[in-house]
Every structure is written in C-alpha cells, then in structure tokens.
Design a protein around this ligand. Structure first.
Ligand SMILES: *Cc1c(COP(=O)(O)O)cnc(C)c1O
Length: 239
C-alpha cells in the first residue's frame, strides 16, 4: 500500500514537471516574441539544488538538456544517477578553489567564476584532465555585500587577466541581480555584455548572458539573456 501511494505521488510530480516545462517554454516564447528575439536562441536551464536525481531525470526525459548545479557534494552524489546522453552540466554555485578538482571531470561549463585565483585553478586542473573548460564570469551587478562576483568596474581587467590562462575560455557572463529594481540591473548587465562581446580579446568569446530565475526570467529575456536558470518554479514540491 505504501509503495502504491509513493508511486502515485511520483507520477503526480512527474506530470507536474512535464506541465511546468511546457509552461516555461511557452513563457520564454512569449517573452522572445515580445522582444523581437528568436526563441531558439534562449537556453532554459533546470536548476537542480535539493532536487533528487529521479526528478531531475524527468526534466531531462522531457527535453531539458542543460542543468545547473550549485554544490560540489550534491553533484558528486547525484552525478552517476543522471541520464547523461546529450546532457550539459553547468556549475552555478560559489566554488572554493580546493573543490575545483572534484568537479572538472563532470561539468561542461563553470558559470560562477568570481576571482582570478579560481579561474587560474580551473585552468590548472582542466589541463590535468585534458580539457579546455568554458567559463562565465559572475558579476555582482548590484555590488551587494552578500553576493559573490566581480564588480562592474573590475570586469574588463579581470577578463584580460583571466584570458591568459590556457585551459579555460571565457564564454559568458552570469549574474544574480538584487531583488529590487531588477530591470535596472538586467539592463546594466546587457550593456556590459554588449560592450564586452564587441571587444576583441584573445581567447575571449562572450556569447552567453546567463540571468533570470523563477521570479524574473521573462524580464531577463527582455534584456538579452540567452540562458535562464529556473529551479523552484520547475521543481515545486520535488525536494
Ligand atoms: C537557485 C539558483 C537559481 C534558480 O533560482 P529559482 O528561484 O529557484 O528559480 C538560479 N541561479 C542560481 C545561481 C541559483 O543558486
């Protein structure tokens, strides 16, 4: 009896995740149309923190092919359970330099690079694993004490320094904006993104702007985000 009940609730949640994927894609599509953008240019990432691997796999089976991981230990625990065919795993949480070696073999991109030292360490271990690791720089766009990332006026210098590392390539910018006045900060990010994309720096190809979460991804699409990172809205009640 107990088994039956938990099966039912798994199926209910599975159904909910499927529905949410449709809703999210539809919302992204509408935001894209409204802003004269191509829906296909926008990546919908499923953020998996605290979500058991079986629910993440439901999302993967239903067309999600990029997931975002926040914590090294959680990734190590869940990695072997994931359906990995065509799956890309981005690391999006704060990363300590002494944990870098643990994730290099498992991830396809590290979005949360917030110091020169971290970039250097990622490059060093990527070399050991024979990889060129795509990285994004995390920008603390609201210059908040509680958040990690480069301040807007530090970015250019940071890019110049970081790009000297051989086994990484800078591919994008990532941010978590302040809760209030989010449009203002999305717009600032878009300006920085455009500015940097237009600069020709060796080993730097900034093609991705990763911003927008459950509460504001449609707004982010309006300011050029091409990766939106959605957790709570997709996996409601799945943890
Ligand atoms: C948790 C998290 C998200 C997703 O936030 P939700 O509000 O759950 O959609 C996106 N990016 C980062 C870096 C996160 O830690």
């Amino acid at each position: 009896m107990i088994t039956k009940k938990s099966e039912n609730s798994f199926q209910e949640k599975e159904e909910k995740i499927k529905q949410k994927i449709k809703v999210i894609k539809q919302k992204i599509k509408e935001a894209a149309i409204k802003n004269n953008r191509n829906f296909n240019d926008i990546v919908f990432m499923a953020v998996t923190k605290n979500v058991p691997a079986n629910f993440v796999n439901v999302a993967i089976k239903n067309g999600v092919n990029v997931i975002g991981e926040n914590r090294v230990q959680e990734l190590e625990k869940k990695y072997s359970s994931y359906l990995k065919k065509n799956l890309k795993i981005h690391f999006i949480g704060h990363l300590q330099t002494n944990k870098v070696k643990n994730i290099i073999p498992f991830v396809d991109c590290i979005e949360s690079v917030d110091s020169l030292k971290l970039a250097e360490t990622i490059s060093k271990y990527s070399e050991k694993f024979n990889k060129i690791m795509p990285i994004f720089l995390e920008i603390n766009i609201g210059e908040e004490k509680s958040k990690f990332g480069f301040k807007p006026n530090e970015i250019l210098k940071a890019i110049e320094e970081i790009s000297k590392n051989k086994n990484i390539k800078i591919n994008g910018l990532m941010t978590i904006p302040p809760k209030n006045n989010v449009e203002k900060f999305f717009q600032l990010m878009q300006e920085i993104y455009i500015d940097i994309s237009n600069k020709k720096i060796d080993n730097v190809n900034v093609n991705y702007l990763s911003m927008g979460m459950s509460s504001d991804f449609e707004k982010a699409v309006g300011f050029g985000a091409n990766i939106v990172r959605i957790g709570r809205f997709l996996f409601e009640d799945c943890n």
